[in-house]
Design a protein around this ligand. Structure first.
Ligand SMILES: [Ca+2]
Ligand SMILES: [Ca+2]
Ligand SMILES: [Ca+2]
Length: 165
């Protein structure tokens, strides 16, 4: 009985780090964010609107940690979907060559462009994607011409909540 109580107390201490998040069902929690990997193909702007409808934004990748996590998720998803690419919330639509995040309107500091990207091919590639054929690194593509899967991100409100055991 005493052992059982010990196990319950131990679990109560572990759970906040592994399971307790405020992420909605079907969203994936990681380091204070919740992510939704969309199942429908759409243009960049359709993807942005979809994320907004969840009170989220297209994903904003701040760190190589976050980037690696997302890349690993997509490699798993790719096996099931044979996807070409996923949209991330990064564009240079306003000023060519100035890549800004959609949610904060700030210049990108961390980036993971594939060598030779951003290429601005056809003088008309203003939206960033995570591109399967370029090793899941980033590629700028035409915002309207291609339909890819969206990745939405919101903050996980329960992250870092201290649970007193
Ligand atoms: Ca983020
Ligand atoms: Ca461009
Ligand atoms: Ca490109």
């Amino acid at each position: 009985m005493k052992d059982l109580l010990g196990i319950i107390i131990l679990l109560a201490r572990i759970v906040p780090f592994s399971g307790l998040t405020s992420c909605p069902d079907a969203w994936t929690a990681f380091m204070g964010s919740c992510y939704l990997f969309g199942h429908d193909l759409m243009t960049f702007h359709e993807a942005a609107v979809l994320c907004k409808s969840y009170e989220a934004n297209l994903i904003h990748i701040e760190t190589s940690n976050e980037n690696t996590f997302i890349e690993d998720q997509l490699k798993h998803l790719y096996r099931a979907s044979s996807a070409t690419a996923w949209w991330i919330g990064l564009t240079d639509e306003n000023v060519e060559g100035l890549w800004k995040w959609h949610d904060t309107d700030t210049l990108a500091t961390f980036t993971d462009w594939f060598p030779g990207e951003p290429s601005n091919g056809g003088n008309n590639e203003d939206c960033a994607s995570i591109y399967v054929r370029e090793g899941f690194h980033w590629n700028d593509v035409n915002c309207q011409l291609f339909k890819y899967y969206p990745i939405c991100e919101i903050q996980d409100q329960n992250y870092n909540v201290e649970v007193v055991g």
